[in-house]
Write a protein that binds this ligand. Structure first.
Ligand SMILES: *Cc1c(COP(=O)(O)O)cnc(C)c1O
Length: 459
């Protein structure tokens, strides 16, 4: 256990172990290949979500910002991190709304019962129809660029709207360790590039010309962005808001949307950095933003959900190749695309359990944890020291609650696993279905099953 680990973090591990054991005992996952009958429906892989952990994370986020400002803080969850309706509803019940970036994500938030007043729309490619719908519903909208703002001009002129409207700016302060997730580089596709020639003056005029433009939005990136860089992006946005408000002579910008992007510790059970530490850092670096004059919007994704999720998969076979032990499991690229394709950027912790779901003990041996897909790189971990795995054992891939099993990749037509939320109380663990496993019938349907004859017979 690391120094930063506290009681809450070890409680997470205790709940997770209980959930793994219960998943075997209650038949969510097939316990053993040799005893499974043909009629058994237990799957060889499931996604597990710690419901208590989700609620605790939401409460900690709210407390963190309540401590640094007296102004209202509207927390939203970046739906793209875990696009699961029951999760969005649980977060909403815990006081966290939804940040959506596509018609699909908006539909999920609506299905979860998140009201328009607790929803923020941020997609960089909003169509006129999506904008009209959002403004009609009163959903907060952040325009990404000049052309989108012109479309909003026309819509605002044609019908009144209750939507708070903002503009996303790119502070162009540089990237973090993962290029694909750095959104404040000089040439990022997001927002109005603030340091380009003439851009700042254009933005100030854009606000002066539009009294209804009352929010300013920035999001510097996700995993891999140092905290200092996140803070710097928010400082740039704050200074711009001050400049605009001074220019127009009133507090026209009343809300700054500071985005999400708090990085997650994938190396241990410790939640670090915490939302509280981040909120304190922001207040220290940008005190004017926290003196009560500005309401805030937050859009955290990974930092709320990553540590609440576990992929649990059965070891089907074990072998040795070139002297190295390999465990062939049912968890691979279909549930962990980022780790499989970019293992250096996205290493995952793996735990070994025996066939009954008890932590496996014994001397550790470096071994590969392979997935079921038919390409050589389909590995969850390479040369990882773990107790030597055997067929029927289980492996757990930790911290996979965001951007992993909820982001299925249909390689080899591998079906989407079921996802279950768990709560533990007094030695009893209960599961709630979050998403049912995809059936082969569903899989054939999504693969053009209804159109089987169109290419051969034309009907
Ligand atoms: C992805 C994204 C987020 C959430 O990022 P996390 O790293 O998951 O916190 C928030 N806001 C916007 C605009 C995003 O694109």
């Amino acid at each position: 256990m690391g120094i930063a680990e506290n009681a809450a973090d070890s409680a997470t591990a205790v709940r997770r172990d209980a959930a793994v054991r219960a998943a075997v005992e209650q038949g969510l996952i097939a316990p053993d290949t040799t005893t499974a009958t043909a009629a058994s429906t237990a799957a060889p892989i499931v996604g597990l979500l710690d419901s208590t952990g989700i609620q605790d994370a939401a409460a900690a986020l709210r407390a963190a910002f309540a401590q640094v400002t007296t102004a209202p803080v509207h927390h939203t969850f970046a739906v793209k991190a875990t696009p699961l309706v029951p999760v969005l509803r649980l977060l909403h019940a815990a006081g966290i709304g939804a940040e959506v970036a596509s018609p699909g994500e908006l539909a999920l938030a609506q299905a979860a019962g998140v009201p328009p007043t607790h929803t923020v729309l941020d997609s960089p490619a909003k169509t006129p129809a999506e904008l009209r719908q959002a403004l009609a519903l009163g959903i907060a909208v952040n325009a990404d660029n000049r052309q989108e703002l012109a479309r909003i001009d026309a819509l605002v002129a044609s019908a009144p709207t209750g939507s708070p409207i903002g503009l996303r700016v790119n502070p162009q302060i540089g990237g973090g360790s993962i290029d694909a997730l750095s959104t404040a580089t000089a040439t990022s596709k997001f927002g109005v590039a603030l340091r380009d020639a003439g851009a700042r003056d254009w933005v100030v005029r854009a606000y002066a010309d539009r009294p209804w433009l009352t929010r300013l939005h920035t999001h510097t990136g996700s995993q891999g962005i140092p905290l200092d860089l996140l803070a710097e992006g928010i400082q740039v946005a704050y200074e711009l808001a001050e400049e605009i408000n001074t220019h127009v002579g009133r507090q026209q910008i009343d809300t700054v949307d500071i985005g999400g992007g708090l990085p997650v510790n994938f190396a241990s059970d410790a939640t670090t950095p915490t939302h509280a530490a981040y909120a304190r850092l922001l207040r220290e670096r940008v005190p004017g933003l926290f003196d009560g004059r500005y309401a805030l919007v937050t859009e955290f994704g990974r930092s709320l959900l990553a540590k609440q999720g576990t992929i649990l998969a059965r070891v089907e076979y074990t072998k040795k190749s070139g002297g190295r032990p390999i465990a062939i499991t049912h968890a691979g690229v279909q549930v962990a695309a980022r780790t499989v394709y970019q293992p250096e950027s996205w290493p995952l912790r793996i735990l070994a359990y025996d066939a009954k779901g008890h932590p496996k003990t014994g001397p550790t041996v470096p071994q590969d944890i392979a997935g079921p897909a038919c390409f050589a790189g389909d590995l969850l971990a390479e040369n990882r020291p773990l107790p030597l795995l055997e067929p029927g054992d289980l492996v757990a891939a930790l911290d996979t609650g965001a951007y992993y099993f909820a982001h299925h990749y249909t390689y080899n037509s591998l079906a989407r696993p079921g996802i279950y939320g768990y709560t533990t109380s007094d030695s009893e663990t209960r599961f709630a279905t979050v998403r049912t496993p995809q059936t082969l019938k569903d899989l054939v349907a999504e693969s053009g099953g209804a159109h089987a004859r169109t290419l051969t017979e034309g009907t």
